[in-house]
Design a protein around this ligand. Structure first.
Ligand SMILES: Cc1cc2nc3c(=O)[nH]c(=O)nc-3n(C[C@H](O)[C@H](O)[C@H](O)COP(=O)(O)OP(=O)(O)OC[C@H]3O[C@@H](n4cnc5c(N)ncnc54)[C@H](O)[C@@H]3O)c2cc1C
Length: 335
C-alpha cells in the first residue's frame, strides 16, 4: 500500500531538517518531516553558546524554537523511522517507515549522525537497560552508582569527565592505545580517586540478565571482568546511510556527497547537515545547509511543473498559526 503523497518529504527533524522544513513550508510546499525525534544531537547538550543571535541556550530549547517556527508555516511532522527510499517508475520517490509508505516528488536527507555502537554480545539486548549512548541525557539516572564508559578520543573523555561527577566509582574503558597526556580532562580523570582508567581497553561483552551488570574487556594485561550498574558507550557518531547507498553517492566515511546547493548525485534528492560530507559539524551550519537544500528542492519541483524558480526567501509569509502556540498540533502521531 502506498500512503499519502507530499511534494517534499524531509527525513530528520533537527537543525538541518527543521530549517529545511521551515523554508519549504514558507514557499507553500506541502511538506512532511519524518523523524525518530525532534532535535537530534543538539538534545545532548545543555549549553550552546555559538548559535548566532542567541548568547546561550540549551539544545532542547533551541530545537523547540526551530520546531515551533517550522510548524507555524504548516509543515507536518511524523514520529517514525525511514527504512528505505526508492525511486518509482514515474520518477517520484516511495519512502517506507516501519508501518507505512509515503510518496514525494522530492526528498531531503537530513538524518544526521547516530552514536557508534560497540558491536559486542549483550549490547543489543541491554540497550536502554543499563547501556546508554548519551552521558548527558542518562547520567543523572546513575547518581551514586558504579558505572563504566567505553570511549575513545575527545568524545569519550568528555563523557567520562561528566560521569565522574555523577558516579560513586567510574571505570573508563579507553580504546586508544596512546595516553592523551596533553588533554586536561585525561589528567583530571587519572588524578581522580573515583576513576579507574584502563588504557587500550576493548570491550568484548556486556553481561546481565534484566540490566547490564558487568563488562568483559581486554587490555594489555589480558581479559578482565568488571562488575558495574551501567555502561555508557561514547565512541563518537557515524552516518547511517546504508539505506540510501544505492541512490546517492557517498564518501569513504559513508557521508552523502552534496554540492553547495545541497544537491546529491541523484535528481530530486537533496541532503543537508551532519549526514553530508561537509567537514564542519555544527548546528548553525546544518541550519544553513537545510535552507539551501530546501530552496533547491523547491526549485526542482517548480521547474518540473514549468513554474518559476526562486533565489531567496525574502517575501513576507503569514504563519498559519502564530509560532509558540499549539506546538505539537501539526504532528501525525502514529506511535
Ligand atoms: C554533545 C554535543 C554537543 C554539541 N554542541 C554543539 C554546540 O555547542 N554548537 C553547535 O553548533 N553544535 C554542537 N553540536 C553539534 C550539533 O548538535 C550538530 O551539528 C547538529 O545537531 C547536526 O544537526 P543535523 O540536523 O544535521 O543532524 P542530527 O542532529 O544528527 O539529527 C538527525 C535527526 O534525524 C533523525 N533520524 C536519523 N535517522 C533517521 C531515520 N532513518 N528516519 C527518521 N529519522 C531519522 C534523528 O532522530 C534526528 O532527529 C554538538 C553535538 C553534540 C553531540
Amino acid at each position: 500500500m502506498t500512503g499519502k503523497s507530499y511534494s517534499c518529504i524531509v527525513i530528520g527533524a533537527a537543525s538541518a531538517g527543521l530549517s529545511a522544513g521551515l523554508y519549504l513550508s514558507r514557499q507553500g510546499v506541502d511538506t512532511l518531516i519524518i523523524s525518530r525525534d525532534i532535535g537530534g544531537q543538539a538534545l545532548l547538550t545543555d549549553d550552546i553558546e555559538n548559535y548566532p543571535g542567541i548568547e546561550q541556550i540549551s539544545g532542547f530549547d533551541l530545537m523547540n524554537r526551530f520546531q515551533k517556527q517550522t510548524e507555524s508555516y504548516g509543515a507536518q511532522f511524523l514520529y517514525d523511522e525511514v527504512i528505505s527510499v526508492e525511486r518509482n517508475s514515474d520518477g517520484n520517490f516511495v519512502l517506507s517507515t516501519r508501518s507505512e509508505k509515503y510518496t514525494a516528488e522530492a526528498v531531503i536527507l537530513a538524518f544526521g549522525k547516530t552514536p557508534r555502537m560497540l558491536g559486542v554480545p549483550g549490547e543489543e539486548k541491554l540497550q536502554g537497560r543499563g547501556i546508554s549512548y548519551c552521558a548527558v541525557c542518562d547520567g543523572p539516572l546513575y547518581k551514586g552508582k558504579e558505572i563504566g564508559v567505553a570511549g575513545i578520543g575527545e568524545h569519550g573523555l568528555q563523557a567520562a569527565t561528566y560521569l565522574a561527577g555523577v558516579a560513586s566509582k567510574l571505570h573508563v574503558f579507553y580504546k586508544g592505545s596512546k595516553a592523551p597526556e596533553d588533554d586536561e580532562q585525561y589528567q583530571d580523570l587519572i588524578n581522580n580517586d573515583k576513576v579507574t582508567f584502563y588504557l587500550g581497553a576493548s570491550v568484548k561483552e556486556v553481561k546481565g540478565d534484566k540490566t547490564a551488570d558487568s563488562v568483559v574487556f581486554s587490555d594489555r594485561e589480558g581479559e578482565k571482568t568488571v562488575k558495574l550498574n551501567g555502561l555508557f558507550v561514547e565512541m563518537g557518531y557515524i552516518a547511517k546511510t546504508d539505506f540510501v547507498k544505492d541512490l546517492v553517492k557517498l564518501n569513504d566515511s559513508k557521508e552523502i556527497i552534496t554540492d553547495k546547493l545541497g544537491r546529491t548525485s541523484a535528481e530530486g534528492i537533496f541532503a543537508c547537515g551532519d549526514v553530508t560530507d561537509i567537514p564542519y559539524k555544527q548546528a548553525v551550519i546544518s541550519a544553513g545547509q537545510g535552507a539551501a537544500a530546501a530552496l533547491s528542492a523547491y526549485n526542482f519541483i517548480q521547474r518540473k511543473h514549468g513554474r518559476n524558480a526562486v533565489k531567496s526567501d525574502w517575501k513576507a509569509v503569514k504563519p498559519r498559526k502564530p509560532s509558540g502556540e499549539g506546538s505539537g498540533q501539526g504532528f501525525i502521531l502514529n506511535k
